[in-house]
Design a protein around this ligand. Structure first.
Ligand SMILES: Cc1cc2nc3c(=O)[nH]c(=O)nc-3n(C[C@H](O)[C@H](O)[C@H](O)COP(=O)(O)OP(=O)(O)OC[C@H]3O[C@@H](n4cnc5c(N)ncnc54)[C@H](O)[C@@H]3O)c2cc1C
Length: 303
């Protein structure tokens, strides 16, 4: 059965949104990307499980959080994009120092919730524009902190629609990565902080946010750092020293404020961004013999 027929069958059993050929550009911070064959916004956990049980296992499935680290190609996504909505956007205090957050909670809301509950360790999340789900996949972090330092467990659903819990000692987190299976959908996670005075936590948040605003651009169409920092190097400096500052392809350009932030000025397409990425990578390699590794996730097909 083709995907459209499968979707017609499932639609009668589900009240969440299932949209065919949905434009994905509004789901990425770059504001770029072609359509997905299917966009599914499950109303709740049961619907997500039912959907996964019914859908053919050969279909490509990808979850998107806030899209703040994902470049979607112009040809769109040849499969199903899952976007977790309201019922995955919950926060609760489990005990004195333990929080549970749904996967679609914004990082900065998790940070604010921790502050409200006098828990420190979450301050850095005020600087990251993604969701809890994206932060776990990417082991997101800044200023010496990252998700691996506060996470206790993650509740996941597999492609058979079955739930399980994975505890942090069983997860290998590395710099902007983790070894959790690509096919798992993160549903929620449990985090542990340290009790501290609200005034101290607030002060740290303000310092980090200020530092971030001073060194990185904001209110632009970007996905943050394009490349990972190679060991003992800063990607932005390698890019700058290789003479790439100011480089552009069409409306895709490199931020003047931070050379590792690539930007859609307005009319760029994903191809422009990808061409710029390749050009910069080649230039840096020519000059330094260092092969920059992408931090950004690129999904979909070319047009
Ligand atoms: C201005 C700006 C500043 C940034 N600064 C930082 C920074 O300081 N530090 C940093 O680490 N990053 C930074 N980023 C990058 C980005 O915000 C992080 O990587 C963020 O954690 C991505 O979250 P997201 O929800 O947007 O993920 P998305 O871009 O939507 O997805 C990223 C990956 O996570 C997967 N994913 C998302 N949700 C789930 C889920 N529920 N289950 C399974 N997989 C899932 C996706 O499939 C994809 O592979 C910045 C980005 C911007 C635009």
């Amino acid at each position: 059965m083709n995907l459209t027929s499968q979707i017609e069958n499932i639609k009668n059993k589900i009240s969440g949104k299932i949209i065919l050929n949905e434009d994905l550009s509004k789901l990425s911070w770059f504001n770029l990307g072609g359509p997905a064959k299917v966009l599914f916004k499950p109303k709740n956990l049961n619907e997500l499980s039912l959907f996964l049980k019914e859908i053919n296992k050969n279909e490509k499935i990808k979850v998107l959080g806030a899209g703040s680290n994902t470049l979607i190609r112009d040809g769109g996504f040849e499969g199903i994009i899952i976007k977790l909505g309201k019922s995955f956007n919950h926060l609760s205090l489990f005990d004195q120092d333990t929080l549970i957050a749904g996967a679609s909670v914004l990082d900065k809301n998790l940070s604010s919730f921790a502050l409200e509950n006098s828990l420190s360790g979450f301050e850095f999340l005020s600087c990251i524009p993604g969701t809890v789900g994206g932060a776990i996949r990417m082991n997101s972090g800044c200023y010496g902190e990252d998700i691996s330092k506060i996470i206790i467990s993650v509740q996941v659903m597999d492609l058979d629609g079955k739930m399980r819990v994975i505890y942090s000692p069983d997860i290998k987190f590395s710099y902007r990565n983790c070894n959790l299976d690509e096919n798992l959908i993160f549903i929620s996670a449990t985090f542990k902080g340290k009790k501290n005075k609200k005034i101290n936590i607030k002060k740290k948040i303000n310092t980090l946010v200020k530092q971030k605003n001073e060194t990185q651009p904001s209110r632009i169409k970007t996905c943050g750092s394009t490349f990972k920092n190679p060991e003992n190097y800063k990607a932005w400096k390698l890019i700058k020293d290789s003479g790439c500052a100011g480089m552009k392809i069409g409306d895709a350009y490199i931020s003047e404020k931070h050379c590792n932030f690539f930007v859609n000025k307005g009319k760029a397409n994903s191809k422009d961004l990808e061409t710029l990425i390749k050009k910069v990578r080649n230039k840096v390699f020519e000059k330094t013999k260092i092969n920059l590794e992408l931090e950004l996730q690129i999904i979909g097909k070319e047009k």
